[in-house]
Design a protein around this ligand. Structure first.
Ligand SMILES: NC(=O)c1ccc[n+]([C@@H]2O[C@H](COP(=O)([O-])OP(=O)(O)OC[C@H]3O[C@@H](n4cnc5c(N)ncnc54)[C@H](O)[C@@H]3O)[C@@H](O)[C@H]2O)c1
Ligand SMILES: O=C(O)C[C@H](O)C(=O)O
Length: 340
């Protein structure tokens, strides 16, 4: 979509899958309110869920009406993939089974991969060819891989998965340690899988204190904390929320989806990058084609990987570990889809 189309007042079609679920319940208001595509951009919402929850979805539609949001021109609730994906500009793949306490996200693979095979095929057939795709349902990277695999006519650079929640979690941990606002922290990186092998990397991160920009490493001066407690807190934050809530994170996930899509729509700030799972072009020695979280900058809707960042052996080992897990997940997922 050209930047002119982006900001015209012709409604854009946004599909949310899993629309009767808990993330969607936090997400829909922010999208309909103009917090993502701007206060001038009208929207037609396509809401997909499965047949047994159409009654619940109907209740969500009533609430959307009752919010009386001027930007929402129409709402299309459906259990049909054709109706859901028809001519959409943006596709937010939230619908999938969430994990329960004690599970790893990859334990969801066999159940969720089937959904993404079917929806990838439908996306390929019915969506606009320039549709922007964000996969949220877990295991997010591998589901995105399967979705893209079954939607070959859509450009590879239009597929992304959500690691912005991990990025936001990393910023929040650093901000809390340094007693600053999280907006003072920039250029943290989440490398790899949205899983407990992800590598939250602060080597290039900076903090602005009294107008002065300092490396986070120099401001914190605690290598042990940065390499151990900080990394494992971010890696395990999703599990900690599940243990506390008995449900997976939803409010923070919805906020992260909005951050991800807004930055894609409007571009990232000068000299600032964000983390996104994208289809690897081989950068940093990662297997080409894997959906891997990288530091990215975005201009005019084009996502580019931040290049030439230096890494020590510890960082290289962390990246290798998360890549290995993604290769295994990808092979298991392909096996699961082929054996159907
Ligand atoms: N990537 C991330 O950072 C991140 C963060 C939080 C949650 N998640 C994942 O997002 C997903 C959704 O989480 P939630 O809390 O909203 O779960 P939820 O169970 O509340 O909602 C999921 C919804 O998806 C629907 N669904 C199931 N199969 C579907 C299909 N084939 N088509 C359309 N809809 C379908 C369900 O009926 C349900 O309404 C989970 O997989 C969760 O693990 C990812
Ligand atoms: O951890 C989960 O399973 C849910 C989500 O991916 C999260 O990171 O909170």
């Amino acid at each position: 979509m050209s930047s002119k189309d982006c900001h015209s007042n012709k409604p854009i079609r946004v599909v949310i899958t899993g629309a009767a679920g808990q993330i969607a319940y936090s997400l829909i208001h922010q999208i309909g309110n103009g917090d993502v595509f701007g206060k001038e951009q009208s929207i037609i919402l396509h809401l997909l869920d499965i047949t047994p929850v159409m009654g619940v979805l109907n209740g969500v539609v009533m609430e959307i009406q009752d919010m009386s949001l001027p930007l929402v021109k129409d709402v299309i609730p459906t259990d049909s993939e054709e109706v859901a994906f028809k001519d959409v500009d943006v596709a937010l793949f939230v619908g999938a089974m969430p994990r329960k306490e004690g599970m790893e996200r990859k334990d969801l693979l066999s159940a969720n991969v089937k959904i993404f095979k079917s929806q990838g095929t439908a996306l390929d057939k019915f969506a606009k060819k320039n549709v922007k795709v964000v996969v949220v349902g877990n295991p997010a990277n591998t589901n995105c891989y399967i979705l893209a695999h079954y939607a070959p006519s859509i450009p590879r650079e239009n597929f992304t998965c959500l690691t912005r929640l991990d990025h936001n979690r990393a910023k929040a941990q650093l901000a809390s340690r340094l007693k600053v606002s999280s907006s003072a922290i920039k250029n943290v990186i989440i490398w790899g899988n949205h899983s407990s092998t992800q590598f939250p990397d602060v080597r290039s991160a900076t903090v602005s204190i009294n107008g002065q920009e300092t490396a986070v490493y120099d401001a914190i001066r605690d290598d042990q904390w940065l390499k151990n407690d900080f990394v494992s807190t971010v890696q395990k934050r999703g599990a900690a929320v599940i243990a506390a809530r008995k449900l997976s994170s939803a409010m923070s996930a919805a906020k992260a989806i909005c951050d991800h899509v807004r930055d894609w729509w409007y571009g990232t700030r000068e000299n600032e990058w964000v983390s996104m799972g994208i289809i690897s072009d081989g950068s940093y020695g990662i297997e080409k084609g894997l959906v891997f979280s990288y530091p990215v900058e975005i201009k005019n809707g084009q996502i580019s990987i931040v290049q030439d960042l230096q890494m020590d052996d510890w960082a290289k080992g962390m990246i290798e570990k998360t890549q290995k897990e993604l290769v295994e997940e990808k092979n298991d997922a392909l096996k699961a889809t082929n054996s159907e």
